[in-house]
Design a protein around this ligand. Structure first.
Ligand code: SF4
Ligand code: MG
Length: 280
């Protein structure tokens, strides 16, 4: 494994991180840097695409190509990047609100299509950037909590794992496996928001929360059993829950289409430039 210092100097900008003290997202950022270095991916070969929210601040900290997108729309943006240049390693990062609320439609259909993208969901059960309102995965809100792993399995993701920001070595290993997966790989990262989320469960303010490890006897190709693990009562599970291979979304066709349309795009951009509004 690369040292944290080496990974940070390779993939992280200098200066203070943009997160509150104790935020799980900072730990997720560190393990992403380590997993990228361990996978032999260079900053010039990686693109990280995000939605909007505290988790998406990752793009400002990263020393690599990055795209801070629109709330809930990181997946289609990432698919466009991958279609335009299939050689790039495209990582999508976002929060639980981005993934399971405003972006849920994109998540379901991306999982169904199985493009080669790695999606890191930083799940703190809340909207940290707007002061901690409960998100769809919040188990203490007045509404029934959405089961993140259950949704991913049902939608057809071919690699589904869950990790915890306070267990960095395990999280790094799972992200590394996700980066190498030929298809749509998702790691749901339990990532506490100590500033606003003060309930039980994933709460850095009350100490290190409990998790249960997925047993090695679990068959990674058994989706029904994976669903039963995902829906089991009690503390959240961590580990690799499901991994299969099936045909990936035909990016070569998409890529060819992009390049065919390149000329038309240039004409359109010239027209838009003509009508650009300039603020003085
Ligand atoms: Fe992290 Fe919460 Fe602070 Fe956002 S508000 S940076 S999620 S601790
Ligand atoms: Mg959140």
């Amino acid at each position: 494994m690369p040292t944290a210092v080496h990974a940070r100097t390779t993939f992280s900008r200098d200066g203070d991180a943009p997160w509150c003290r104790g935020c799980g997202h900072a730990d997720v950022f560190d393990v992403l840097c380590r997993a990228l270095v361990a996978s032999g991916i260079r900053p010039t070969d990686a693109v990280v695409v995000t939605g909007v929210g505290c988790s998406s601040l990752i793009t400002f900290q990263l020393r690599s190509y990055a795209m801070h997108g629109v709330h809930g729309r990181a997946l289609p943006l990432a698919l466009g990047v991958k279609a335009a240049n299939p050689d790039l390693h495209v990582v999508v990062a976002g929060g639980d609100g981005d993934a399971f609320s405003i972006g849920a439609n994109h998540l379901i259909h991306t999982a169904r299509k199985n493009p080669r993208l790695t999606y890191l969901i930083m799940d703190n059960q809340s909207y940290g950037m707007t002061m901690g309102q409960p998100s769809p995965t919040n188990v203490h809100g007045e509404h029934h909590a959405l089961n993140a792993l259950g949704v991913l399995l049902a939608a057809g993701a071919t690699f589904v794992a869950q990790a915890a920001s306070w267990r960095p070595d395990e999280a790094e290993a799972l992200i590394g496996q996700a980066l190498g997966h030929p298809g749509f790989s998702v790691v749901n990262l339990l990532s506490p928001c100590p500033t606003f989320h003060h309930g039980e469960g994933i709460d850095g303010a009350i100490g290190i929360p409990l998790v249960r490890e997925i047993g090695s006897e679990h068959d990674l190709g058994d989706r029904l059993h994976a669903l039963s693990v995902a829906f089991a009562e009690g503390v959240p599970c961590v580990g690799l829950l499901y991994r299969v291979e099936r045909p990936m979304y035909a990016l070569t066709e998409g890529s060819a289409l992009v390049h065919e349309q390149w000329e038309e795009t240039a004409i359109l951009e010239a027209l838009l430039d003509e009508h650009r509004v300039v603020w003085t």
